[in-house]
Each structure stands twice: as C-alpha cells, then as structure tokens.
Design a binder for this molecule. Structure first.
Ligand code: SF4
Ligand code: SF4
Length: 195
C-alpha cells in the first residue's frame, strides 16, 4: 500500500519521541557542553606526536625522517631535522625534529602520516574543541603542543595503543643481542649424528 513506509517511519519516530521521556537510552541527544557522548575508539581529528617516559623532548619517538612530511597530501607538515642526535627509546642515537609544525587549517585528517610513519611516532588525536580567536598563527600547531605522552594515547585509543606497545616490545626483543653463553653453546654444540 502506498504510504505504508512513511507511516511506519512516523510510528518509529513517535515511539522514540514519547519513549525518550521515560527511557534514557531512547534519548540520542546530550546537553553539550555539560554532557558529552563518549567518542568511539576510531574517532580521529588531527595528528599528534607521541613521547615515551615523562620527558616530551627526550622521549619523543619522531626521528625527523620526514616521510610523513613528504607523503602528506595537502603538504601541511613542516619539519626541520636537528643537527645533533639524542638516544631514542632503545638507546640508539637518532636525529629529532628541531621544528615540527602542522597547519590544522589545511590538514584533512586523512591519517596518511600515521600509516607511513615507521616509528609509531605520530597518531591521530580526538581533541575537537580547537576554536581560537586568532585567525592565522593559532592554526599552526607546533612541536610543544603536538607532543603528548604514550599514556594519553592509551587513554584515547586503548585498543590501538596496546597493539602498538606489543609491536614495539616485540621489535625491541628481536634487536636484543643473544646472550654470550647461548651463542657459544650454539657454536660448540655437536651436530646430531645421522641415524
Ligand atoms: S592527517 Fe593527512 S592531511 Fe593531516 S597531517 Fe596527516 S597526512 Fe597530512
Ligand atoms: S612522525 Fe614518523 S614519519 Fe614523520 S618525521 Fe617523525 S618519524 Fe618520520
């Protein structure tokens, strides 16, 4: 019958409208900003840089390889590589970004920078309340504002962050030198005789 779909739709709307006065789960709006709906795990906005430990400078994972800068489609990342090196999270001397800026008025939240980073150093943030009174300079996020701890990353993307930690721990374990005793026993142990 013509119009049945419209009537069914209106019945659902009416049921939810009246029901929302009695059942809280039927109410799909919240009184923002006093109330906030939880954001889904995969919600993303603009990128941020991760640091380990409590030191945003010493613990910054970024080694200024510039891959993200090169791959960013709208070219909104600007990096200046350091002259000197600092130890990374595994104690290996690495360059670091002396300057790392992202123009968030240009960033399109595509996450390509995250996908291409070989060091798990850049991830997507969930912060969306970024309005400012300034029109130009405030839209440029600098290294200091972009740097956030791994604990923060765990808070906003718990599942993803746990997977990244496991991956980094596995990579670190593979790079650990084999114990000398194990090495020598591997060299001196006799080959099994053929049967
Ligand atoms: S999210 Fe996309 S547009 Fe934004 S900085 Fe990363 S690569 Fe560039
Ligand atoms: S964020 Fe990653 S890809 Fe970009 S410069 Fe740093 S280490 Fe390289």
């Amino acid at each position: 019958m013509i119009g049945m779909g419209i009537l069914k739709g209106m019945a659902v709307t009416g049921r939810n409208f009246v029901g929302s006065y009695f059942e809280k789960e039927r109410l799909i709006t919240v009184q923002y900003p006093e109330e906030r709906s939880p954001l889904p795990e995969n919600y993303r906005n603009f990128p941020f840089l991760i640091y380990d430990t409590d030191d945003p400078e010493a613990g910054l994972r970024c080694v200024a390889c510039k891959i993200c800068e090169k791959e960013c489609p709208p070219q909104c990342i600007y990096i200046v590589k350091s002259e000197d090196k600092k130890p990374d999270y595994m104690g290996k001397p690495q360059f670091y970004p002396a300057v790392f800026d992202i123009d968030i008025s240009v960033c399109m939240s595509c996450q390509i920078c995250v996908e291409v980073c070989p060091f798990e150093a850049i991830k997507m943030d969930k912060v969306f309340e970024l309005s400012t009174r300034e029109r130009f300079d405030a839209l440029l996020q600098r290294k200091g504002e972009l740097s956030k701890s791994n604990t923060y990353y765990h808070n906003i993307h718990p599942i993803e962050a746990a997977e990244v930690d496991a991956k980094l721990a596995e990579a670190a374990a593979k790079k650990k030198p084999t114990a000398p005793a194990a090495q020598s026993s591997a060299v001196t142990s006799p080959k099994p005789s053929p049967t």
